[in-house]
Design a protein around this ligand. Structure first.
Ligand code: ADP
Ligand code: MG
Length: 314
């Protein structure tokens, strides 16, 4: 069975944790051990987010120079940084299984409307609105409210094509646990003359992972995060975890952009296009999610939405 695993949240940095190398390594180890627990009979492709890390690199960026590195280059840096640590921890956890990390350019449309309305949160949050305003002015950044805090937002266009797809296929076919499409991939545009160049944005890793899973003909897309699944009435006493749903049933519910929204949409796209299962749940539950006894499972074969407590609705 071929599984694409998209790591977010807990995988590398929990909400509020300082982005030190030590903390990220510890979290990467936990993720690697969880993945190793289910690895044995499967072909595995691992993707990951980079929101906190790319934002941090952007902040470190203008030390001693006036021309900051653009976001595509910083994205490539985070792929190296996170990919290295994750690869090493996977090697340690897996023993004899080969692991490789691949820089993955992803083509986006230069005229994607997302370039005019930044939505993707990166880097740390700021409690103080004066401090946030100063940073926005000094750096020429756009900041928006992420819950109670200010954060930088950048454009997040649709991933259209994975340039490294043939290489990923080769690696997976040769038995490598393949880490790729880190941070949603390194965003590039293609000029009419066929030349590629980097572009300033951060592609959503859930959308890239769905595209990758579809292109690879994966049997399952697992989006592992820091909640047990997708909830209705999230954050209220009435919250209920959805166990199984069809892509259509989820389309009628609303989920916030920048967090659960893209996951649900990525799950719907993959499930609809492939007639296979997309699952959203907690990293620690990866085995039960795969077995179908935890998380939220989205597939076209589901006719009634079911909830965690066995309740049914139409
Ligand atoms: P990741 O780094 O894994 O992509 P995100 O923060 O983007 O994590 O998305 C997961 C978060 O989505 C959860 O931690 C939760 O706070 C939030 N969330 C918002 N709405 C919902 C919902 N309806 N059900 C579950 N989680 C939700
Ligand atoms: Mg996310």
């Amino acid at each position: 069975v071929k599984i694409v695993i998209a790591l977010g949240g807990n995988a590398l940095l929990k909400r509020g944790e300082p982005a030190t190398a030590q903390i990220q390594r510890r979290n990467a180890r936990t993720a690697a051990e969880a993945i190793a627990g289910i690895a044995a009979p499967h072909e595995l492709i691992v993707t990951h987010g980079n929101g906190p890390q790319i934002g941090l690199l952007a902040l470190q960026n203008n030390a001693g120079q006036d021309t900051p590195y653009p976001l595509d280059v910083l994205g490539a840096e985070t792929d190296g940084m996170i990919g290295y640590v994750l690869e090493q921890e996977l090697i340690n956890a897996l023993g004899d299984r080969p692991v490789a990390t691949l820089l993955t350019q992803i083509e986006v449309d230069a005229d994607d409307p997302a370039f005019h309305s930044p939505t993707k949160f990166i880097g740390p949050g700021y409690d103080d609105s004066v401090e946030a305003q100063q940073i926005a002015t000094a750096r020429g950044w756009t900041l928006a409210m992420d819950g109670p805090r200010w954060r930088r937002v950048v454009a997040s266009p649709e991933p259209r094509r994975i340039l490294a797809l043939p290489a990923i296929r080769e690696l997976v076919g040769a038995g490598f646990v393949t880490i790729c499409a880190g941070g949603g991939g390194i965003p590039v545009t293609r000029a009419p003359d066929g030349h590629y160049q980097g572009v300033e944005c951060v592609v959503d890793k859930d959308y890239s992972s769905a595209l990758l899973a579809a292109e690879l003909g994966a049997d399952c897309l697992l989006m592992l995060t820091d909640v047990a699944g997708v909830y209705t009435d999230f954050g209220t006493p009435q919250a209920q975890q959805i166990r199984e749903a069809s892509p259509d049933a989820l389309a009628s519910l609303h989920f916030p952009a920048g967090s659960m929204g893209p996951k649900v949409e990525a799950a719907r796209r993959f499930a609809q296009g492939s007639n296979r299962r997309a699952c959203i749940g907690k990293l620690d539950d990866v085995r039960s999610i795969l077995e179908g006894s935890a998380g939220t499972s989205i597939s076209t074969g589901v006719h009634k939405m079911t909830y965690d407590r066995g309740m049914l609705s139409g």
